[in-house]
Ligand binder design. Structure first.
Ligand SMILES: [Zn+2]
Length: 403
C-alpha cells in the first residue's frame, strides 16, 4: 500500500466501525463520498472488518511505507480500532486492559491517601462549616452562573484567550468558534469540530457552571485546547500535509488522551496563576457582581479541587470492575471527589455510556502524561506547540519524557 492508500483505508475502516457504533467518529471533515459510501454499505460483517484491520496493521508495520512518527501514530490508532472490533464481537476484557488497548495508557486505582494533602489545604481555604463536601457545595452555590451571565462572559473570555493563544501557537488565519447552549447530554461541554477551522462548542446547562471554572472551560474547549488542536492539525497535517488520517477524530483511540491532556493543560499554557488572579479580581468577578471574592483564595481552591480528579477513574473501576451499585459510586464521588449529588449522578451517567466508560480515564491520565513531559523538559511552550502540531501518541510522549 502507498501512504495515500494507507490513510484512505484507515479512514474507511473508521467509517465502517462508526456504522456499528454511532458516535465512534466524533468529528469528520474528510471526503464526503467516503462517508456516503459507508452509509450506503451500512453495518458490514464484523469478521470482515477485523480482517481489513489486520491487513491495514500489516501495511502500516512495513517500515518502507511511512516515516517513524506517522507509523507510530497509525499503529496505535489501529490497535484501538481492532480493540473496538473485539469488544463489538462480544469479547470481555478487564477495564484496565480495555483502556490500555484503546488509549495507550494503563490506568490504575489512585490511592485515596494521595488526596489527604488536598483535603488539608481545602480545610484551610474554605469558610468554616460541617463536612468538607458540604463546605465545597456551599461555596459552589455562590458561584453558579445563569445562562444570561454565560452569554455575557463567554465572548469576552474567548476573545482574550484567543488573543493569548494566537501570540504563542500557530492557529490558522481562518478559524472561528461558536458557542451554543444545550440540555440532556451526558457531558458538560463538547467541542464539535466541523472542518475548515470552525468549531461549534455546546455547553450543557443542566449541570451548574461556576464563575471560577469558566475561563478553564473556554481554554479547555477552545483556546488553546480542543478547537486549537483540531484546527491546527486539520490545516497542517490533513490539508497541507496530505495526511488524510487527520480528517477525523475517533472517540476511543490514543489521540483522545493527547487531546484531553492538551485540553486539561490548556489554561495554564497561556495564563499563569498570578495572571488568572489579576484578571478575575479586576474584570471577571466584577462582571457578575462578585467583586468581593478573594481571587487568590478562589484560584488555590480550584487548583486543590483539580487534584481530586483521580477519584473519577476509581469510580469507573467501582462501577464496571467491582460491580458496585450506583448509590455506592455516587457516595464515593461525593466523599472523595467532593462532588455534589447532582454532579456525581451526572458523572455516573457519563461513565455508564458505552463509548465513555473507558473515556473517563483520558482526562486524568492525559494530564499526568503531559505534566511529566513539561516537568522533565522545561520549555513548556515548545512542547505544548509540538503536541498541537504533530501526530503524537502517549507512547511517543513517554519516549520524549525519558529522552
Ligand atoms: Zn475535553
Amino acid at each position: 500500500m502507498s501512504p495515500e492508500v494507507v490513510g484512505e483505508e484507515y479512514v474507511r475502516l473508521a467509517l465502517a466501525i462508526d456504522q456499528h457504533i454511532p458516535g465512534y467518529i466524533e468529528a469528520y471533515f474528510g471526503p464526503a463520498d467516503w462517508q456516503e459510501q459507508a452509509q450506503t454499505d451500512g453495518p458490514r460483517p464484523l469478521p470482515e472488518l477485523a480482517q481489513e484491520a489486520s491487513t491495514l496493521a500489516a501495511a502500516i508495520a512495513d517500515a518502507a511505507v511511512l516515516d517513524d512518527q506517522r507509523r507510530e501514530f497509525l499503529t496505535r490508532q489501529v490497535v484501538a480500532m481492532q480493540t473496538s472490533l473485539r469488544l463489538l464481537q462480544g469479547e470481555n476484557m478487564a477495564l484496565a486492559d480495555e483502556v490500555e488497548l484503546l488509549y495507550d495508557v494503563r490506568p490504575t486505582w489512585v490511592e485515596e491517601s494521595l488526596f489527604a494533602e488536598t483535603y488539608r489545604l481545602l480545610d484551610e481555604l474554605l469558610p468554616p462549616g460541617n463536612t468538607l463536601r458540604e463546605r465545597v457545595a456551599r461555596r459552589k452555590q455562590g458561584l453558579e452562573l445563569s445562562v444570561a451571565q454565560l452569554q455575557q462572559l463567554i465572548p469576552f473570555i474567548q476573545g482574550q484567550l484567543r488573543h493569548l493563544c494566537r501570540a504563542r501557537f500557530p492557529l490558522p488565519e481562518e478559524e472561528s468558534v461558536d458557542f451554543a447552549f444545550v440540555q440532556d447530554q451526558p457531558w458538560m461541554a463538547y467541542n464539535w469540530y466541523q472542518g475548515r477551522g470552525r468549531s461549534q462548542i455546546e455547553i450543557n446547562t443542566d449541570v451548574p457552571l461556576y464563575i471560577t471554572d469558566l475561563v478553564n472551560l473556554v481554554a479547555h474547549e477552545a483556546y488553546p485546547g480542543h478547537h486549537t488542536e483540531f484546527s491546527i492539525k486539520d490545516s497542517r497535517l490533513a490539508q497541507q500535509g496530505g495526511r488524510v488520517e487527520h480528517c477525523l477524530a475517533l472517540v476511543n483511540a490514543p489521540s483522545c488522551v493527547v487531546s484531553e491532556g492538551i485540553a486539561t493543560c490548556a489554561l495554564t499554557s497561556v495564563l499563569s496563576d498570578e495572571e488568572w488572579v489579576v484578571w478575575h479580581a479586576a474584570e471577571i468577578f466584577p462582571m457578575v457582581g462578585l467583586a468581593h471574592l478573594d481571587a487568590q483564595r478562589e484560584r488555590m481552591i480550584e487548583l486543590a479541587l483539580e487534584q481530586l480528579n483521580g477519584a473519577y477513574g476509581n469510580a469507573a473501576f467501582l462501577l464496571h470492575e467491582q460491580g458496585a451499585a450506583a448509590e455506592r459510586v455516587r457516595e464515593y464521588l461525593q466523599q472523595y471527589g467532593l462532588l455534589t449529588e447532582q454532579e456525581a449522578d451526572h458523572m455516573i451517567g457519563f461513565m455508564s455510556a458505552p463509548l465513555d466508560r473507558a473515556y473517563i480515564f483520558t482526562y486524568y491520565w492525559g494530564q499526568k502524561l503531559l505534566e511529566a513531559l513539561f516537568a522533565g523538559k522545561g520549555e513548556r511552550p515548545y512542547w505544548y506547540a509540538r503536541l498541537l502540531t504533530e501526530a503524537v501518541t502517549p507512547t511517543l510522549i513517554r519516549q520524549w519524557t525519558r529522552a
